[in-house]
Design a protein around this ligand. Structure first.
Ligand code: 5GP
Ligand code: MN
Length: 364
């Protein structure tokens, strides 16, 4: 017994090296999230992070967890790997989130001091861009809470990875309830959790909005929370240029391949500059082509400075996660995924059309 505890401790402390020396030990590391519940009583220094360009679920999960842990007496800092869309700025506590790119020194100091690191809404370190190596090197306790496919469980000490969950925010709600702390759910937590659930379920329309999601919302409502305020903050808060941009793109940059039930949108750097598009302004663009009858796959590629960023959405039995992994160095969920390319916009778009043709049978 003592030996097994010591051996486990040794393995955890030497995680990176072990994976080379004992490759057969992979996938056996991550202990259940519920094992941290009794440990929550002892106050700690905690860092919370999420994927690059955090969306409503990523930011909502990070801040709701921060509000919860702060009430338990922990010292908590949220670090985002990059900047984020302005439509999450309304979330309470967002003004204190550190941007690793623009506040690197401060963020690294926080990470160095952290006893625990929560990784939310992503499951492989390379989703944190410039922070990837730093996270790999940290020797603190790492805890994963995520709902994407194919987690790198070897990199985490504790965690929960559940693809049946609508959102990471739903998993934060579960954590609060299951650890016996439902009384800690206040307005700030409710707003953040609800925002993530709404964002990731496409306002309750995707199949991921299972009955438990509606029960969660009913519970938040019974605690007196105002859902209309969150919808307005998320969706009625853009500037005119973003709507003009969407109109322009749908008219001029959208190609429909009826033989493949597929839509492709390509957005160039000059389009972004012309309409003064900021981080987050392109969110939601991908939903419009899905309203065309019979469309199974929508792909949007945007020419960002350092890479061409892909987004994929599907209906029916087309696996976006597998598609993004196979062709565009990405991943995500069955019906929503993303990826990247270092090719030019024209070349990567051509590669997509080739990939679409290779997948004709699944798209019909
Ligand atoms: P979005 O199109 O909204 O950026 O992303 C859709 C889903 O795919 C999200 O759950 C997101 O976390 C995931 N995703 C987006 N880009 C990538 C990527 O490059 N790699 C992986 N593994 N997942 C991604
Ligand atoms: Mn999510």
């Amino acid at each position: 017994m003592v030996y097994s505890v010591l051996f486990r401790k040794y393995l955890t402390e030497n995680r990176n090296r072990n994976q080379e020396v004992f490759p057969y030990l992979r996938s056996h590391f991550m202990k259940p999230l519920s094992e941290i519940f009794p440990l929550l009583k002892q106050s700690r220094t905690i860092a919370i992070t999420t994927h690059q360009k955090p969306d409503a679920d990523a930011m909502g999960a990070s801040l709701s967890l921060k509000h919860f842990l702060t009430q338990l007496g922990h010292k908590v800092t949220v670090i985002s790997p990059t900047n984020w869309a302005s439509w999450v700025n309304w979330m309470q506590g967002c003004e204190e989130v550190l941007d690793f790119e623009s506040d690197k020194l401060k963020a690294e100091t926080v990470l160095n001091k952290a006893e625990w690191l929560f990784c939310l809404d992503f499951n492989v370190f390379n989703r944190t861009k410039g922070m990837t190596e730093k996270l790999r090197q940290l020797s603190c306790t790492k805890i994963l809470i995520d709902h994407h496919k194919e987690p790198d469980t070897d990199s985490f000490d504790y965690g929960k990875s559940d693809i049946t969950k609508s959102s990471t925010c739903e998993m934060i709600y579960d954590l609060i309830i299951e650890s016996g702390n439902g009384d800690k759910i206040n307005e700030a937590i409710s707003e953040c959790i609800y925002a993530g659930v709404v964002g990731d379920t496409g306002s309750f329309r995707f199949p991921s909005a299972h009955s438990g999601v509606h029960t969660l919302v009913a519970d938040l409502k019974s605690r007196g929370f105002n859902h209309a305020k969150v919808h307005e903050a998320l969706y009625d808060n853009f500037l005119e240029n973003r709507l003009r941009f969407i109109g322009f793109v749908l008219l001029n940059r959208m190609e429909v391949f009826y033989d493949y039930n597929t839509v492709l949108i390509t957005v160039s750097k000059s389009d972004l500059l012309r309409f003064e598009i900021k981080t987050g302004d392109t969110e939601g663009l991908i939903n419009f082509p899905q309203t065309i009858k019979g469309i199974k796959l929508v792909a949007v590629v945007i020419d960002r400075d350092e890479e061409r960023k892909w987004s994929f959405r599907s209906k029916g039995d087309f696996d976006c996660n597998a598609f993004a992994r196979k062709y565009f160095e990405g991943g995500g969920h069955f019906a929503a995924s993303g990826g990247r390319s270092s090719d030019s916009l024209e070349v990567t778009a051509k590669k997509f059309i080739q990939a679409m043709k290779e997948n004709k049978s699944q798209l019909q």
